[in-house]
Design a protein around this ligand. Structure first.
Ligand SMILES: CCCCCCCCCC/C=C\CCCC(=O)SCCNC(=O)CCNC(=O)[C@H](O)C(C)(C)COP(=O)(O)OP(=O)(O)OC[C@H]1O[C@@H](n2cnc3c(N)ncnc32)[C@H](O)[C@@H]1OP(=O)(O)O
Ligand SMILES: Cc1cc2nc3c(=O)[nH]c(=O)nc-3n(C[C@H](O)[C@H](O)[C@H](O)COP(=O)(O)OP(=O)(O)OC[C@H]3O[C@@H](n4cnc5c(N)ncnc54)[C@H](O)[C@@H]3O)c2cc1C
Length: 659
């Protein structure tokens, strides 16, 4: 008798859900942060999913031009709905998230507005923000140039003050000074916050921000002296090609003096440069803000990939029966579990560390308002380091999820290729991950050097103050081992640098080790914040236990993956390392019955997930089959090109065979 495999697969997810040993609804709250957060997210996700304008299943088949126009249409429609429904800022931002298509709006709200808020005076905010809030202007963040991205101090664009006219002259003196990459610049933006070297009274005062109008508000044409366009197609089909990353050159473009963002420093009518009493690093404040939001985004992207891979692994069956009986769900293979469950645990880990980072950012911002700059370094180290570690891990994890889904993972309809292509530049934008980890390493070296002077490290570096204890102790398999590993790696680097002829040379020579020391420090933060989370009061049947398991999986997996560090620094013995690995295997067995419910707790709609493999109902095979027929290649039975290229070839073969 023919078995209806499709019906059997659907039943599988129901059986998986029934087997879960915890309250999924309560876990949704633990994941989202509150009942309110679950409800708002749910409402916005459904609003987007039910609106045909937000359809995205055909995205990878659109040409670049059509994709861009589709992005403009979606952005305009989203704005219309936001205004019509009088959505709050929280609701509007979630709605944009669920539209799930990179576009100029991200940079307008994500960087242009925050740059004016952070670096503009009150007057400048009063003038520019209402225009931006109502979309009467569209803005982008124009910092990176063709020749310089990572090295902000190396930017070449100039803003020279002309006291005769009370204007700045913005100029691109070389090809390499062309602004290159800013999202939204290529086709959509009317304005930009442009970073340029401020020159007044013949002196170069370094990089400052300026609001510059680029396009006419009448017909969108570039203003005189402005040359701009899109920089061209990017990695993957669909994906980040919806974004108009742009190029921009200035030929002596004049702007009024009051368009220099003057909260941090000013130029007077006479051309005098006046430095405010705030640290100049606040110029980098917008980047700090975006880096913390990128950490929150990492858990979103990772949880999407993991949700697809877990559900599909529960559906997919291979081997296990020689006699026609049911085959084994691939989720039951130990290898599948050991590849997948650490990623599931990482999604939760990044979610909680992202929440903590958001708290830290808010706290630092409040302190800055009362001129307390004491936590600026902590904010920089944590945002830079966590951005680097979480985005690298997430990009690798999405690719691993694709492999975990076998051949079907390679299809666009799995959603994974596009998710990867959209996500992977997060390792580069907002600071190349290596460059950011070296920033963390510099702060670690500074902290180690201050230990001897008796200065007590604070915040996430406080553990370094326990130097006597951590350098000597034998550690149990818990946070202390992570602390000892991170501290010992940092101290080793500092000692090696100390032997070099000078500090800079030593830092340069030891930079590969410094990267690893920085990663160890950041992983300690992630583990610590996860542990702190599970120590909180978490309501709901079995929820705390599940989070405890995932926390242990994250910590032990990280330990297993970096066992070399733990052994080399003597933070663990080989026996402890082996025991930790044993324990990890046992934890996977505890995660297994809960895996599907743990990804259900992310509460993603099928629309947002965008994957036939990750469908909530598990009805994978009919959906895959149906999806294939939608490909433009299947619009005709005989392909275009048959008469030109296939038929003559086939006829020729026929003639040859008759010879
Ligand atoms: C709800 C809304 C959500 C919104 C989300 C929106 C997200 C939208 C996503 C859209 C997608 C993509 C957007 C991408 C946008 C971009 O990519 S914008 C461009 C980003 N560019 C970079 O990140 C450049 C990276 N480079 C730098 O940051 C600096 O050049 C670098 C820090 C590497 C070096 O700077 P230098 O000035 O040369 O400084 P140093 O000598 O190394 O350091 C001097 C001291 O300053 C301290 N420092 C450095 N940075 C900061 C900082 N950000 N904050 C505080 N302090 C900082 C550093 O520790 C040194 O301190 P010391 O003197 O030792 O005490
Ligand atoms: C999709 C996307 C969107 C973007 N959006 C914007 C935007 O809206 N606005 C904007 O201004 N910019 C934007 N950017 C630019 C982005 O911020 C830069 O690309 C990023 O900061 C990296 O700089 P870079 O390209 O100069 O890389 P490079 O610094 O040239 O990196 C090349 C290599 O050199 C290495 N390297 C560099 N410096 C060091 C060092 N000191 N020590 C060791 N290794 C080093 C890096 O690790 C990397 O391997 C965007 C980029 C992308 C990809």
């Amino acid at each position: 008798m023919a078995v209806d495999h499709a019906a059997a697969e659907v039943d599988h997810l129901a059986a998986e859900r029934a087997a879960a040993r915890f309250d999924v609804e309560a876990m949704k709250i633990a994941w989202a942060g509150s009942r309110h957060a679950v409800d708002v997210a749910d409402r916005m996700a459904r609003l987007v999913a039910s609106d045909p304008v937000f359809r995205k299943d055909n995205r990878t088949m659109l040409s670049r031009k059509d994709l861009f126009k589709d992005t403009l249409r979606k952005a305009a429609h989203a704005w219309k709905r936001i205004v019509e429904l009088r959505l709050t800022e929280e609701e509007a931002s979630l709605l944009r998230q669920y539209v799930d298509q990179p576009g100029y709006v991200d940079l307008h709200w994500g960087m242009f507005v925050p740059a004016i808020k952070g670096q503009g005076t009150e007057e400048q905010q009063k003038k520019w923000l209402p225009l931006a809030y109502k979309f009467q202007i569209i803005g982008c963040y124009a910092q990176t140039e063709l020749g310089h991205g990572s090295n902000v101090q190396g930017l070449e664009t100039t803003a020279t003050f002309d006291p005769m006219t009370d204007e700045f002259v913005i100029h691109s003196p070389t090809l390499t000074s062309s602004k290159w990459w800013p999202g939204g610049l290529g086709k959509a933006s009317t304005h930009a916050v442009v970073y340029a070297r401020l020159i007044t009274e013949g002196k170069d005062y370094g990089i400052h921000g300026f609001i510059v109008q680029l396009r006419s508000l009448e017909d969108h044409s570039p203003l005189p002296g402005v040359t701009l366009g899109d920089i061209g197609g990017k990695f993957g089909s669909g994906a980040y090609n919806s974004m108009d990353n742009g190029v921009l050159r200035f030929d002596h473009v004049r702007i009024p003096r009051d368009q220099m963002l003057m909260r941090l420093s000013q130029v007077t009518r006479e051309g005098k440069y006046v430095q405010s009493d705030v640290p100049k690093q606040l110029l980098y404040g917008t980047m700090v803000y975006v880096r913390q939001s990128i950490v929150a985004d990492a858990s979103k992207a990772l949880s999407r990939a993991v949700c697809i891979a877990v559900r599909y692994s529960a559906i997919r069956k291979q081997f296990g029966s020689q006699d026609g009986g049911p085959e084994t769900q691939v989720l039951n293979y130990r290898t599948q579990q050991s590849r997948l469950f650490p990623l599931l645990a990482s999604a939760y880990a990044f979610r909680f560390v992202g929440d903590w980072l958001n708290w830290l950012y808010t706290d630092v911002t409040q302190k800055l308002e009362v001129k307390d700059y004491s936590t600026l370094q902590e904010a920089h180290a944590c945002t830079a380091g966590l951005k680097a570690v979480t985005t690298s891990a997430t990009a690798d994890a999405i690719e691993e999820c694709r492999k975990l889904c076998g051949g079907h993972g390679y299809l666009n309809s799995s959603g994974l290729p596009e998710l990867f292509a959209v996500y992977v530049p997060a390792c580069t934008y907002e600071g190349d991950n290596v460059v950011l980890l070296l920033q963390v390493a510099r702060i670690l070296m500074k902290t180690v050097s201050q230990l001897t002077s008796g200065k007590q490290p604070v915040g996430t570096m406080a553990y370094m103050g326990k130097v006597q204890h951590l350098m000597q102790s034998k550690c149990a398999v818990k946070t202390e081992a992570f602390e000892a590993r991170a501290l010992r790696m940092a101290v080793n680097c500092a000692q090696n640098i100390g032997q070099a002829s000078n500090q800079e040379e030593g830092f340069y020579e030891r930079s590969p080790d410094l990267l690893e020391a920085a990663v160890a420090h950041i992983q300690l933060i992630i583990v610590t914040k996860f542990i702190e989370k599970v120590h909180q009061d978490i309501p709901g049947h079995g929820v705390k236990e599940q989070l405890q398991n995932l926390c242990n999986v994250y910590a032990l997996y990280t330990l297993h993956k970096h066992l070399g560090d733990f052994l080399a620094t003597g933070s663990l013995t080989p026996k402890q390392g082996a025991l930790a690995n044993e324990q990890l295997g046992k934890l996977y067995a505890q995660v297994r019955p809960n895996a599907v419910a743990l990804v259900d707790a992310f509460n993603y709609t099928d629309h947002y997930l965008g994957s036939v493999l990750g469908r909530y109902d598990g009805n994978v095979y009919p959906a895959l089959y149906e999806e294939a027929w939608k490909d433009p290649l299947n619009e005709t039975v005989v392909p275009e090109g048959y008469h030109e290229y296939l038929r003559p070839l086939l006829k020729q073969q026929l003639k040859l065979s008759r010879l």
